[in-house]
Design a protein around this ligand. Structure first.
Ligand SMILES: *[C@@H]1O[C@H](CO)[C@@H](O)[C@H](O)[C@H]1NC(C)=O
Ligand SMILES: *[C@@H]1O[C@H](CO)[C@@H](O)[C@H](O)[C@H]1NC(C)=O
Length: 360
């Protein structure tokens, strides 16, 4: 069965509940190598790939029809993200494997629904003795968490959904179960709610919108996992499976089949991608940046910040330009291992205020 362009055209006309602003769908040609085509100087959509450890991409990301919720018929494959004892990024002490949107769309205003499905397995299951931050935004205004929360003790098998670090919904994590979510985020009114289902069931509202502090630069929705070293470190791999990742405005699509239901060729476990494809249509590189620079608002001339000094983040209004040769890099409060353990603890209990950029 071949996919022709003609077969794809009707999907434009498929009725859907909302307007899709961005999707991270995986077509049949997408492989882990596709992520490697993205770089700071070649910022191709739909995914940025830089938050990961030192091993090859294929160790952290696997794209396969086996990795998606079978009820999702909008795409051909899903992605498995893995963390292990090599998954330290940028000198940090947390294990991290995260993909984030690459898009010119504005994913941070109006009333939006952030959709995704998540599953774990009995193979490489997450360790319930660590705090895992899952599907989070840089400021952590809403997110999922699994495992022992920082500052708590004892194994914790809850998968929690939080607003500003406060649990609003939770369930015992069951392996091999697809959990479907839509974060209901009204950036205008600051209200955040949750839609959820399991398996192939349609999403229902499980938490009515409540006040929060939503904000995003459209490039900080982290699909993947950040594991804190609050239980020590472990080299044992942990796997998470993801599919149905998209952002829509308007009214919500509740069917897990997704906004392009039926568009994906029948999922077969044998992916038949061609040989490594050269980068196809490539958007003109935007402003070149160094490997660790995160695209944020850059200001013109003015005072510069010194090494380790803050250069951006929630509520920050100081210098946003770093003195040479340092670059303004996103870190979060709890990432402050280079400062002192005291500060780590302070920030660990201030999950509302983690967003931080620093000259490194
Ligand atoms: C598959 O997806 C990638 C990345 O979004 C895209 O570059 C490529 O053109 C797509 N291939 C097909 C056949 O649609
Ligand atoms: C938030 O973090 C900044 C530094 O990034 C700090 O100056 C400020 O006091 C913090 N605010 C709260 C309420 O913790």
């Amino acid at each position: 069965m071949k996919t022709s362009l003609a077969a794809l055209i009707p999907l434009v006309a498929v009725a859907r509940a909302g307007t899709v602003l961005w999707n991270g769908f995986f077509n049949s040609s997408f492989t882990s190598a596709t992520f490697d085509q993205w770089s700071w100087s070649n910022q191709i959509e739909p995914w940025q790939w830089y938050i990961h450890g030192s091993a090859a991409t294929s160790k952290y990301l696997d794209v396969s029809a086996d990795n998606k919720n079978p009820a999702d018929t909008s795409e051909a494959k899903g992605v498995k993200t893995t963390i292990d004892g090599t998954a330290f990024w940028n000198g940090q002490t947390m294990e991290r494997t995260e993909i984030i949107p690459q898009t010119k769309a504005n994913l941070g205003s109006g009333h939006l629904f952030y959709h995704f499905s998540l599953k774990t397995s009995t193979t490489n299951p997450p360790n319930p003795n660590y705090e895992h931050q899952i599907a989070f935004f840089e400021s952590h205004f809403t997110e999922l968490k699994f495992g022992t929360l920082s500052g708590a003790s004892g194994a914790d098998n809850n998968l929690r959904w939080m607003i500003g670090g406060v649990t609003k919904w939770s369930t015992q994590l069951t392996p091999n179960t697809w959990y479907n979510f839509a974060y209901d985020i009204d950036f205008s009114s600051g209200m955040i709610g949750l839609w959820q289902s399991t398996g192939s069931a349609a999403l229902t509202q499980v938490v009515a919108p409540q006040k929060g502090s939503p904000s995003t630069n459209s490039a900080d929705f982290h699909i993947g996992v950040l594991r804190l070293p609050n239980g020590g470190t472990s080299a044992a791999a942990e796997d998470y499976f993801w599919s149905g990742i998209y952002v829509e405005s308007g009214s919500i699509t509740t069917s897990v089949a997704g906004p392009n239901a039926g568009a994906a060729p029948p999922g077969s476990s044998t992916s038949a991608p061609t040989t490594t494809s050269a980068p196809t249509t490539v958007t003109p590189p935007s402003s070149p940046s160094t490997t660790t620079t995160v695209a944020t608002t850059t200001t013109v001339a003015g005072p510069t910040q010194t090494h380790y000094g803050q250069c951006g983040g929630q509520g920050y209004s100081g210098p946003t330009v770093c003195a040479s040769p340092f670059t303004c890099t996103v870190v979060s409060g709890i990432y402050y291992s280079q400062v002192s353990s005291c500060i780590i603890n302070i920030y660990a209990f201030r999950p509302n205020n983690l967003s931080h950029l620093q000259c490194l």
